[in-house]
Design a protein around this ligand. Structure first.
Ligand code: FPP
Ligand code: MG
Length: 323
């Protein structure tokens, strides 16, 4: 699928790739081949695109924007490397994960390395405010992951808690990227807030769609197996909404399915049927749409421009995506 706004950003994304490459060449040393592998295995470069488009709302971007965009992508990469260790994931983007190839010990250290390089890259821009925003973003991501781990295995987790997890693990980095771009482009405080709100609401919608695809997606298109959230006892929005509208006897049935057999793999089709009966997919999609509308209304405060139209188009693409 061709995404017009991303296609048009090709030259900008090349500059981001050059920043990523320079980290690998100049600083990665012994980690070079692993870091290179990390940056070569696909990825939509969605977060760098968001950073660049938000900067373009305010005119031609200053050259440091590519470093900021690369730093956000490095943090995203580091967080996935750590996440795959936490989740014992073997395949991502159609390729073996770092932990599958190099083991957990190496992967944790590579993630740490990329995270620090990202913070160093931003610090070189000489602005404490930017460093604060990005550091806060990483702290929020980590908090989201901790909360998720705390509630793993709990089918009664509330939708509010689920959203708190999403807000941390996914939306915090998108909000930080958009906020950094606005701050670096000398936007007004109201515009900085709107850019951050845009990224946060987009992140909410993005993760809900991710969780829907983990249940109903096509593994061949996704490049990773489906059903992994249920397998890891992570109960996401379609599940929680279905559980919320289930009668007591149906809940008992769900508890049995979760507790019996080779957990819960063999029962996933029955659990999916149960969620289908409760319109779990449609109701979660509806919630994702509400967040996209909030993202679109945050855009209204920002300067009318081609970049703004492109951001609006990107929002639509991300909720309709199949991978
Ligand atoms: C994927 O979620 C994981 C994230 C979006 C964030 C992971 C964040 C951390 C590990 C904390 C921050 C760490 C660093 C190094 C910055 P998922 O498991 O729901 O999605 P998946 O199906 O893509 O694995
Ligand atoms: Mg994971």
């Amino acid at each position: 699928m061709v995404i017009a706004p991303l296609e048009e950003l090709k030259q900008d994304i090349e500059k981001v790739e050059a920043e990523l490459q320079s980290v690998v060449e100049q600083r990665a040393g012994a980690l070079r081949s692993a870091a290179e592998m990390m940056f070569c295995t696909g990825g939509k470069r969605l977060r760098p695109a968001l950073v660049i488009l938000v900067a373009k709302l305010f005119g031609a971007p200053k050259s440091g924007i590519y470093r900021i965009a690369a730093a956000i992508e490095m943090i995203h990469g580091a967080s996935l490397i750590h996440d795959d260790v936490i989740d014992s994931t073997e395949v991502r983007r159609g390729a073996p994960t770092m932990n599958a190839i190099k083991g957990n010990q190496f992967s944790v250290l590579l993630g740490d390395f990329l995270l620090c390089q990202a913070l160093l890259a931003v610090s070189e821009l000489g602005r404490v405010d930017l460093l604060q925003v990005i550091s806060q973003g990483v702290a929020d991501m980590t908090q989201g992951q901790i909360l998720e781990a705390q509630f793993q295995g709990d089918v009664t987790v509330s939708e509010e808690t689920y959203m708190e997890v999403v807000d941390g693990k996914t939306s915090a980095l998108m909000a930080a990227g958009c906020k950094l771009a606005a701050l670096y482009s000398d936007a007004t405080p109201a515009q900085v807030q709107a850019a951050s709100d845009f990224g946060r609401n987009l992140g909410h919608a993005f993760q809900i769609v991710d969780d829907i695809l983990d249940i109903w997606g096509d593994p061949a298109v996704l490049g990773k197996p489906v059903g992994s959230d249920l397998q890891e006892q992570k109960y996401t929005l379609p599940f929680l909404m279905s559980y919320g509208s289930s009668a007591e006897d149906e809940r008992e049935e769900v508890h049995k399915l979760l507790a019996n057999g080779s957990y819960p793999g063999e029962h996933i089709p029955e659990l999916v049927k149960w969620m289908d009966r409760h319109q779990g997919r449609a109701r979660a999609s509806e919630r994702a749409t509400q967040y996209t509308l909030a993202a679109q209304s945050a855009l209204e405060v920002l300067p009318v421009s081609k970049a703004r139209d492109d951001l609006a188009q990107l929002v639509d693409f991300l909720v309709e995506r199949q991978k």
